[in-house]
Design a binder for this molecule. Structure first.
Ligand code: GLV
Ligand code: GLV
Length: 323
């Protein structure tokens, strides 16, 4: 008898192909580009052995109970797993697959793009060209901040943080600071200096957040954090929106406490179009596209499918989360 799998969204065909060709599962797919409504998720997972989910699906005790004791594996198409109730999952002996490594390069590239776009005011410039605001070359117009000779601070030097540091160093970054619980041996590859968070925040010209969302990092970037930053500093977040207190960020940006912010992640997602942050010229917001290259999303789908099958068969996963 085939094992039942619920796939919570239309995913890249590379992943579906692997699931279909496995011959071990019967698939039920929420075949849409939009998230599955909660009620449909609860219905869809009833009695399944595996769930293939996205970071937009909150997999909590209610969902796990709706699935019931048949559930062996949850495979998420993401590196982040803050949407999964890990304690509840662990308690039930369910295995979890995720997608580290394969999206590191794409996410680091997007972070560099967002940092430069924010610091050099690209969206503002584009808007001026389109609206007729470009009247002449002007010495004092649309000036921003450059990386050459700067100090960059990376909050969370994990896989993605390292890849960001490796890409930024060749721009002529003078000092590379990083914070986190432990010094990382690999930091020497980017001449990274492990410093307390307060030091990083106060010394950096660019503060780049690349840490996982955990109870310790939730709301980490708050009023106290922004008040320690230089008035000329640029803040960039490509991790999770909830690491930032957005009201405090809005205040810091609108009062000139910091120069600018680039966000690929927000709370909530999507950010409502009338959100105060979107009224600010010095805030660049992207719709959570860190890993969005065709090839990376295809590879993520393959890995997610392969993790799921391994979980169903009880074999080793290519990328299993240690619970
Ligand atoms: C994206 O944010 C991911 O966690 O993969
Ligand atoms: C986080 O999971 C990272 O890869 O940095």
């Amino acid at each position: 008898q085939l094992m039942k799998v619920f796939v919570t969204r239309r995913i890249p065909p590379e992943g579906m192909k692997i699931l279909r060709q496995s011959g071990i599962c019967s698939l039920s797919v929420w075949d849409s580009d939009e998230p599955v409504p909660h009620a449909e998720l609860l219905k869809g997972v009833a009695g399944v052995h595996g769930i293939l989910c996205l970071l937009t699906d909150r997999i909590n005790a209610e969902v796990l109970d709706a699935a019931g004791p048949s559930l062996k594996v949850i495979s998420t198409l993401s590196v982040g797993f803050d949407h999964l109730a890990i304690d509840e999952i662990k308690k039930r002996g369910i295995r979890v697959g995720y997608t580290p490594d394969v999206l590191t390069d794409a996410t680091a590239e997007l972070t560099v793009a967002l940092l430069l776009a924010t610091a050099r005011r690209l969206p503002e410039g584009i808007q001026e060209v389109k609206s007729g605001g470009w009247s002449s070359w002007k010495p004092l117009w649309l000036c921003g901040y450059g990386l050459s000779g700067s100090t960059v601070g990376v909050v969370g030097l994990g896989r993605i943080g390292m890849a960001i540091a490796q890409r930024l160093k060749p721009f002529g970054v003078k000092r590379l600071l990083y914070s986190g619980r432990h010094p990382k041996p690999q930091a020497s590859e980017v001449d990274g200096e492990h410093v307390p968070l307060e030091v990083l925040v106060s010394k950096s010209d660019f503060v780049v957040v690349s840490c996982a969302l955990t109870p310790e990092t939730q709301g980490l970037c708050d009023k106290a954090f922004f008040s320690k930053m230089k008035k000329t500093a640029v803040f960039v977040n490509t991790s999770r929106g909830a690491v930032v207190n957005q009201e405090d960020l809005f205040e810091a940006l609108s009062t000139g406490q910091i120069a600018a912010a680039g966000l690929d992640v927000t709370t909530p997602e999507p950010l409502p179009v009338d959100h105060p942050l979107l009224t600010l010229k010095n805030c660049v917001v992207l719709p959570h596209i860190g890993s969005a290259t065709y090839s990376t999303r295809g590879t993520m789908a393959e890995l997610t499918a392969t993790n799921l099958l391994a979980g169903l068969m009880g074999t080793a996963m290519p990328s299993e989360l240690t619970l």
